[in-house]
Write a protein that binds this ligand. Structure first.
Ligand code: FE2
Length: 200
């Protein structure tokens, strides 16, 4: 593989697998983030953009008499599955999802920067223009995600504090079940479930 065009095809296939992975990851995150409709909506919109990006990559591969790599696409889907499991059912899922998506967008920015340079070396102006467009779309998404992080953290911490206050208020309500009391002089150690928890 010595011609810049061959490398361009190879990296295009990598990018295609990456966008397949992105599709799966975005679809999973967007459907699970019902607590954060703004983030879910942005991820849903980026999913639409990602589908269009994949089609552009396929068009570019066809123009170069090549096609996507089934093996690389399958590996990308596996990675996406593992990524989705990593953030599944955790209380701070919106924060974790935004971190994962931002990291992925940064990888996409790097990939299209490489493809832009490779297309330039191969003298493929049409591909170069397309990669420039995709690069700007990924950069815009990365910027949006980075900007949304402080608000997501604030919203999560506020929800968490409210949940804590709710638990405390419930336990202090009249008629709320109280923990069983032991005689003060009892020498028998309490069962595990009744052990006082250390403070701090
Ligand atoms: Fe993206």
């Amino acid at each position: 593989m010595s011609h810049p065009r061959d490398h361009l095809v190879c990296w295009l296939r990598d990018a295609h697998a990456m966008e397949r992975q992105s599709e799966q990851m975005l679809r999973a995150q967007a459907t699970r983030l019902e607590r954060d409709p703004k983030l879910a909506g942005a991820l849903g919109e980026h999913l639409e953009q990602t589908l269009a990006q994949r089609e552009l990559l396929e068009e570019c591969l066809r123009r170069l008499d090549a096609e996507p790599s089934a093996l690389k696409d399958a590996a990308g889907r596996l990675d996406a599955g593992a990524q989705s499991l990593a953030t599944l059912a955790v209380a701070d899922e919106p924060v974790k999802a935004a971190i994962a998506c931002l990291a992925f967008e940064q990888m996409e920015v790097a990939t299209y920067t490489v493809l832009f340079a490779a297309a330039h070396q191969a003298g493929d102006i049409q591909c170069q223009r397309m990669f420039d467009r995709l690069l700007h779309e990924e950069q815009a998404m990365a910027d949006w995600l980075r900007g949304s992080l402080p608000g997501l953290v604030q919203a999560y911490l506020a929800r968490d504090a409210a949940a804590d206050r709710g638990v405390t208020a419930q336990s202090m309500a009249p008629g709320a079940a109280q923990p069983p009391r032991r005689p003060a002089d009892s020498s028998t150690p309490p069962p595990d479930g009744e052990r006082p928890r250390p403070h701090g």
